[in-house]
Design a protein around this ligand. Structure first.
Ligand code: ABU
Length: 407
């Protein structure tokens, strides 16, 4: 990874002296000039990273992932680099999203180059190639004035933070109030995974749906950033195939001393959960879009209802699961992977007319862009972005809460 040219890497004196540990900025004081500042999913957007399909490869088969061609599970999944045509089509749509955001006054940044066709070998595992930088949301999260790099859960994504490092250094060097934490890297050794998970019959998944045990065991800290949703002081973390209980605990121990409350959430009817942003999508204070196929575990809705939040089911997606692009490993619910530009402006995929109508009825100004060619890279509009700066501070949207901190 080439970090040459990153401002401040040449041991220039920093504008301010800080202690060893960058403490989060006090959210009660003005934050206009902070380089990194984002406390929720909806405040007015100022700076955004939009992913890139450059040099993308097919996700390899590994203990944490069994990719399959849609409707042709018996045909071997391709390996190695994606075709230039597939890369160009996705890049065109990503560029369209970037243009739309710029037209709304948002500064757009892009990931740096990375060779995803390169294999990865560590003392614990080997994998034949990496994946892509289309979905920064899976890897990177802004928690107020701190950037956190997730542990990740799959071998092919072990080094996926690298395309963002140059940007992180820029933010970190430009403002001493910016915190930066890389979560502990799990071994991703064979023993970290429950490989038989992939072969469980449907009845067994039904029987076990309240155990929340998926393809990753509980011994090591594991989380993808896209299992996290930010609502000011309150942070939701979905237990899933990509985030385990140790991951939730690590987030609690890291975030609670910084004034956050971290809530594990569960969706028992989602038998292959990965990433909360196609299931439970906050779009403004008091409003969450919900997935009618994936209700919240009984009892977990209480914190929302007690605090007058509305949970609104989204309409059926335009494409059924069988009609999704053949190499796409995500569900039809990419339809609800919307992106908030502000509490009144939302971006919805161009063909998702029923959802666009719902959002308009809920008083949003709705922007649309085509994004279907991005789907095979595992995400839609929210997944393909990482918000670094939104105008706003940390607020408490849940004044009536029964919260028990870990310590
Ligand atoms: N990366 C989001 C995928 C979620 C889903 O398939 O529903």
């Amino acid at each position: 990874m080439d970090l040459a040219g990153v401002h401040g890497t040449s041991l220039e004196p920093l504008p301010l002296q800080m202690g060893d540990r960058a403490m989060p900025h006090d959210p009660a004081t003005p934050q206009d000039s902070l380089a990194v500042n984002s406390w929720n999913e909806w405040d007015p957007l100022e700076e955004m990273i939009v992913g890139s399909a450059d040099n993308a490869s097919f996700e390899p088969t590994e203990p944490g992932s069994r990719p399959a061609i849609r409707n042709r599970p018996e045909t071997p999944f391709p390996t190695g680099p994606k075709s230039q045509e597939a890369v160009d089509l996705a890049n065109e749509e990503l560029a369209g999203l970037a243009d739309l955001l710029r037209s709304q006054g948002v500064t757009v940044r892009r990931p740096g180059p990375h060779d995803f066709s390169a294999p990865v070998r560590t003392p614990d595992f080997e994998v034949e190639n990496q994946y892509c930088a289309v979905c920064p949301r899976d890897v990177m999260i802004t928690m107020g004035n701190e950037i956190i790099e997730a542990t990740m859960s799959r071998r092919a994504r072990y080094f996926e933070y690298q395309p963002y490092r140059k940007l992180v250094y820029e933010y970190w060097n430009s403002d001493p109030r910016v915190g930066w934490t890389t979560a502990p890297k799990p071994s991703m050794a064979d023993g970290m995974y429950r490989e038989e998970f992939w072969d469980w019959p449907l009845e067994k998944r039904h029987e076990r749906m309240h155990s929340f045990e998926f393809c990753v065991h509980q011994d090591e800290v594991v989380f993808d950033a896209a299992d996290i949703s930010r609502l000011g002081r309150d942070i939701l973390v979905q237990e899933s195939m990509t985030t385990n209980r140790a991951g939730v605990h690590w987030l609690k121990r890291h975030l609670e001393p910084r004034g956050f409350r971290v809530h594990a959430v569960h969706f028992p009817l989602d038998f292959f959960p990965s990433h909360i942003d196609c299931t439970f999508v906050p779009v403004r204070p008091g409003l969450i879009l919900t997935n009618p196929d994936r209700p919240l575990r009984e009892g977990e809705e209480a914190m929302f209802l007690r605090n007058d939040w509305e949970l609104v089911d989204v309409p059926e997606p335009v494409l059924g699961n069988h009609e999704m692009p053949q190499y796409c490993q995500s569900s039809k619910w990419l339809s609800m992977n919307v992106l908030s530009i502000s509490p009144t402006k939302v971006v919805v995929e161009e063909q998702e007319k029923p959802l666009q109508d719902l959002m308009a009825k809920l008083d949003f100004e709705v922007f649309t862009v085509p994004f279907r060619n991005v789907f095979e890279y595992g995400g839609s509009l929210h997944c393909a972005t990482w918000d670094v700066r939104r105008r706003g501070t940390r607020e408490d949207y849940f004044p009536d809460l029964d919260y028990r901190p870990l310590v």
